[in-house]
Design a protein around this ligand. Structure first.
Ligand SMILES: [Zn+2]
Length: 78
């Protein structure tokens, strides 16, 4: 079987080879609005928000929140 890079990263995270700069759900949710706004605006993601992107790849709950936010932000723009 072959794994995509994304899947390999996920597996590595699952077995504990995680980065030191991990944040928890609470921190993620306090930053995710800013992250979603920047992404939508096509702005660069500062280092401080990269942990958010990382958390979103790991955490389905926060990812759902992020997707909901994106929908709201898109609606606001229209
Ligand atoms: Zn989370």
């Amino acid at each position: 079987m072959s794994l995509s890079t994304h899947e390999i990263n996920k597996l590595m995270q699952l077995i504990g080879l995680t980065k030191d700069d991990e944040i928890d759900c609470e921190q993620c949710l306090s930053l995710v609005a800013e992250f979603a706004e920047r992404e939508l605006a096509g702005k660069s993601i500062p280092d401080g928000l990269k942990a958010v992107a990382h958390h979103l790849t790991l955490c389905a709950e926060c990812h759902e929140e992020y997707q909901a936010l994106q929908r709201v932000l898109k609606d606001l723009k229209e």
